[in-house]
Design a protein around this ligand. Structure first.
Ligand code: IPM
Ligand code: MG
Length: 385
């Protein structure tokens, strides 16, 4: 038998620290913040950040699109677009920081952020920039809509975005060569606010059903509480049915044509939400097609649902990346900053370009159009509306 005493002592102290921090986070959330009202703001600052891999390529086109759609607002000074530098894997590794300090300060000086995908190193202790940003800006609701009109699919996922498996994902415990343990955290306030976001969306958009998706039969404390707290919130929305589902069968349901079109709104813990939204995006036509909004009370970040696709860069086909997902994120951002007319124009143009007319098709390879050509096509289409 080995003597593990020193490991156990160290891990116990680490766990104590984690508990203190997480309780402080819970209490801070309970104190609450009120949400910004973009409709009443005189000036809105949009940060734009390329990220890694195909990120700078798709974000360049998204920014062009944004400048085109908001030409009047930019000219009048109502909207300012700012470049955010330094959120690259090279810079982050060199500084040993998930988000360099000056980059974070620049982001915090903006109201909303449009961000390209960032590369996350596997293993090691460097945290994902995405996860760090979601935490630093307290972006608790990851909202991912998926729609396939011809199959009657109209889903929206409310993925909890600041806790669960992610919040301590880089701070697990390891006894080298013997054992490893990670932690999952569910707080009362953290769950209440995501549940409220999902039920508010349902109420405001005429939806009658919210699926609460967990694995509460196994993760009894964290997912058990998540489900119970969601039901407490659901009780305040009498016209909306709250249904419990387990993530495994829900994963199957999404590909079951007999029942999938009955689902409307989903609320779920972080990791399950991560996984199932890729599945849902694939059903819609690929992860390149779905947008993702990360919403908090003070800040919001909009991004593509997919990663930085380093392989496309290695193969020299980055220019052929599909910008649809980040364009969808632009649409979600426009809605969030109270510019629904511009958002609707973009949504209509995207529907024409990707579904009805399809004059320029991006395949993600040399046989398709470039990202820039597709962006031109979308803007030409907006102009004709
Ligand atoms: C997502 C991504 C991220 C996540 C990665 C890049 C950290 O997969 O936004 O879904 O796991 O949340
Ligand atoms: Mg994901």
């Amino acid at each position: 038998m080995c003597d593990y005493t020193s490991y156990i002592d160290k891990a116990t102290e680490q766990f104590r620290q984690l508990l203190i921090e997480q309780l402080a986070r819970q209490d801070k959330m309970e104190a609450g913040e009120s949400a910004k009202d973009f409709g009443k703001m005189e000036k809105i600052t949009v940060g734009v950040c390329g990220g890694d891999g195909i990120g700078p390529i798709i974000v360049k086109e998204a920014e062009r699109l944004l400048r085109f759609l908001l030409a009047d607002e930019i000219a009048s000074g109502k909207v300012e677009i700012r470049q955010i530098e330094g959120l690259t894997i090279e810079n982050r590794l060199a500084l040993g920081k998930a988000i360099p300090d000056d980059t974070l300060a620049a982001i915090k000086a903006c109201d909303v952020l449009l961000k390209g995908p960032t590369t996350t190193p596997k293993g090691g202790s460097m945290e994902s920039a995405n996860v760090a940003l979601r935490r630093e800006l307290d972006l608790y609701a990851n909202v991912r809509p998926v729609s396939v009109p011809e199959k009657n699919i109209d889903w929206i996922f409310y993925r909890e975005n600041t806790e669960g498996e992610y919040v301590l994902g880089s701070r697990g415990i390891e006894v080298p060569d013997k054992l490893a343990m990670d932690f999952k955290v569910t707080t009362k306030s953290g769950t209440r606010r995501i549940a409220r976001a999902a039920f508010e969306y349902a109420k405001n958009n005429g939806k009658t059903n919210v699926a609460i998706v967990t694995k509460a039969n196994i993760m009894k404390k964290t997912d058990g509480n998540f489900t119970a707290i969601c039901h407490e919130v659901a009780a305040e929305y009498p016209g909306i049915e709250a249904e419990d589902w387990y993530i495994d069968i829900m994963t199957a349901n999404l590909v079951n044509e007999a029942i999938r079109d009955r689902f409307q709104v989903f609320v779920l813990p972080n990791l399950y939400g991560d996984i199932i939204t890729d599945e849902a995006a694939q059903i819609q036509g690929g992860v390149g097609t779905a947008g993702s909004a990360n919403i908090g009370d003070r800040y919001a970040m909009f991004e593509a649902i997919h990663g930085s696709a380093p392989r496309m860069i290695e193969e020299g086909i980055g220019e052929y990346a599909n910008p649809s997902s980040i364009f969808k994120a632009v649409e979600m951002m426009l809605r969030h900053i109270a510019m629904p007319v511009q958002a609707d124009r973009l949504a209509k143009a995207m529907e024409i370009c990707n579904e009805t007319e399809k004059k320029v098709v991006v395949t993600g390879n040399r046989d398709g159009a470039t990202c820039a050509r597709f962006a031109d096509y979308v803007m030409e289409t907006v102009q004709k509306l």
